[in-house]
Design a protein around this ligand. Structure first.
Ligand SMILES: [Zn+2]
Length: 595
């Protein structure tokens, strides 16, 4: 009898411990890589980790547009969980993000396993020696909740996955600089309080077929601090490339092809604008690694490769934390220095289409097929026929335009949406105590033209031309004064210089300045125009010339009368005028009455 009781007890204990072991397996592991975690499973798993380990803390980063918690996990060897405590500890801070595009699910699955292997199984516990981790396993939780089998037509698994955009149908990986979504507001608050030393964003690519399971991008094209750029190129990337080779994951830089879908046409890569994750962290002087796995490889293979690249990156940073931290500090100081503002700043970069290097590219055979369905060409890939191509790779960028930097920008208070976002990005803002005159530069736009379709919910300005002039300008009380003497100078330029690729002028924040609010009636302008012509023969000549040069103008009654209106004192002096001023001299800036 007793022995039977013992046997039952032993069986019970064995099954209990088995159940406990199984309970740390993730959805991905339980399905042999066929399934990815749902939103509820992510939340449950993160809470379970935080309950089980004093090294793991569960935080709510913020709420999504659709009203869901965005989970954030802080992993620290002694359980520290605030930016202040962690900074004081000297740890390097590493931010790893999955699920900004939840259909591209491997980041989420890799993160859950890696967190467990750090704080539960002990397999990678030593990574906590010098690193505090911030994990965002599922950034776009609205998209993750739009779970289904038909969200990624080009992709090989998992069985079901989330959707690309958030509940507002906005793409969070276009929102880093313009910050239109509540998700990005939460993210930017997190980022500017923690200032992570290294950021990884996990994705899956679309496009052509080739052998590589994983491609990556870092900003090595000129948009980032030169010393950090060199560190990425010469130290960090060779290390992880070597490790990935040994682990058997074919890895290559993230490239596009000179002809879409057509690797033989040659490879291209270039600078990312700050609307994108790695482009954004670059202008914050923090290395950002973009992971793009290859959509045609199975979800399991993609996730395991992602896991390994996350691990190798953490391994490298844990072994070499001091150098990166020192270089970031120096980059921050350099960016805030007078020397930074003295040089013309390259505001736009373009690929040098004359400068390529020949590289080996592990592709697959393919045919270009003339379609009898559409009449167009399509690409039929043969993944069973791998082939190594010798291809030109165009991977050099050159400055396409530079701009002279001011000592400060001034923004009148009515542009509060812009000022608020600058603060979200960690920019220090001061305010004018009273209405003040200052010698400053200002732009007046000409010939503005917009895109015909909305892009990310906005009508973007496509033709941005302006004349610059300098004058003593008056700015009202409460205007925001943005001193360039700060580590976020690259962010400030990216937002406020109209020609920057993601400027707020481009995104349409200032669209209202292009609207004419008053106009003349014909019965007023007809007699007035005649009087103006009588009084001014030069105006007559100008009018005739304009009609001769511009046939549309010559046919437009409204256009002609409005032209006369624009020559009267009734015209709007503020039309097309950029309200942001550039203070040129530091001595003028220092005299401003700031509160
Ligand atoms: Zn993506």
């Amino acid at each position: 009898m007793k022995s039977i009781q013992f046997l039952i007890l032993a069986l019970f204990l064995a099954s209990a411990s088995l159940a406990q072991e199984v309970s740390w397996s993730t959805t991905f592991e339980n399905s042999d890589g066929k399934r990815t975690a749902t939103y509820d499973e992510v939340i449950e798993y993160c809470n379970k980790l935080a309950d089980a380990s004093p090294k793991a803390n569960y935080k709510v980063m913020g709420m999504s547009a659709g009203g869901y918690e965005i989970p954030m996990m802080i992993l620290n060897k002694t359980g520290l969980s605030t930016p202040e405590d962690v900074r004081a500890s000297g740890d390097l801070v590493m931010l790893i993000e999955g699920g900004i595009h939840p259909g591209e699910a491997e980041g989420t699955d890799a993160i859950l396993m890696l967190m467990r292997d750090i704080v539960i199984s002990g397999k990678h516990e030593s990574l906590l020696d010098n690193i505090t981790f911030i994990f965002i396993p599922a950034f776009n939780v609205d998209g993750l909740n739009r779970f289904g089998p038909y969200n990624r037509i080009n992709q090989n698994g998992p069985e079901e996955m989330g959707w690309r955009a958030n509940a507002q149908n906005l793409n969070l990986n276009r929102d880093f600089l313009k910050a239109d979504t509540p998700e990005m507001h939460a993210w930017l608050k997190m980022f500017s309080s923690w200032l992570p030393d290294f950021f990884i964003d996990c994705h899956t690519t679309d496009g052509a077929d080739y052998q590589y399971v994983l491609t990556y991008a870092m900003e090595v094209f000129g948009t980032m601090d030169p010393m950090l750029t060199r560190w990425q190129e010469k130290e960090f990337l060779p290390y992880v490339q070597g490790k990935m080779d040994i682990a058997g994951h074919l890895m290559f830089p993230y490239v596009s092809f000179r002809r879409w879908h057509d690797p033989r046409s040659g490879l291209r890569s270039g600078a990312a604008p700050p609307r994108l994750s790695q482009g954004y962290s670059a202008i914050q002087n923090r290395p950002g690694l973009l992971i793009e796995t290859h959509m045609l490889k199975p979800h399991k293979q993609r996730t395991l490769a992602t896991y390994d690249l996350l691990f190798f990156t953490a391994e490298y940073l844990n072994k070499n934390p001091d150098k990166l931290q020192l270089m970031i500090r120096m980059a921050d100081e350099t960016t805030a220095s007078a020397a930074f503002r003295d040089r013309p700043f390259p505001i736009r970069w373009e690929r040098d289409d004359n400068d390529s290097t020949m590289v080996e590219f592990k592709g697959v055979e393919y045919d270009v097929v003339k379609s009898d369905l559409t009449g167009g060409n399509w690409y039929q890939y043969h993944p069973d026929k791998p082939i190594t191509y010798e291809l030109p790779w165009f991977n050099k960028s050159v400055p396409a335009e530079t701009v002279d930097l001011p000592e400060a920008y001034i923004i009148p208070p009515q542009w509060a949406q812009v000022i608020y976002r600058l603060a979200l990005h960690g920019v220090k803002v001061n305010y004018l105590r009273e209405e003040t005159e200052v010698w400053a530069e200002q732009y007046r736009f000409k010939d503005p033209r917009w895109g015909r379709r909305p892009y990310e919910g906005r009508f973007t300005l496509q033709n941005i031309e302006y004349d610059a002039s300098r004058d003593t300008l008056s700015f009202p009380k409460g205007s925001a004064v943005i001193d360039m003497n700060q580590r976020t100078a690259r962010v400030i330029i990216s937002i406020l210089e109209p020609h920057a690729p993601d400027s707020y002028v481009y995104w349409g924040f200032f669209n209202a300045i292009f609207e004419q609010k008053e106009y003349s009636e014909t019965y007023v302008m007809e007699p007035m125009a005649r009087k103006m012509l009588e009084a001014d023969p030069e105006l007559q000549a100008e009018f005739e010339q304009k009609k001769a040069e511009d046939p549309d103008f010559a046919k437009s009654q409204w256009g002609m009368l409005n032209w006369f209106y624009s020559k009267t004192p009734y015209r709007d002096e503020q039309l097309n005028l950029y309200p942001v001023g550039k203070v040129i001299e530091r001595k003028d800036l220092e005299k401003l009455p700031l509160e």
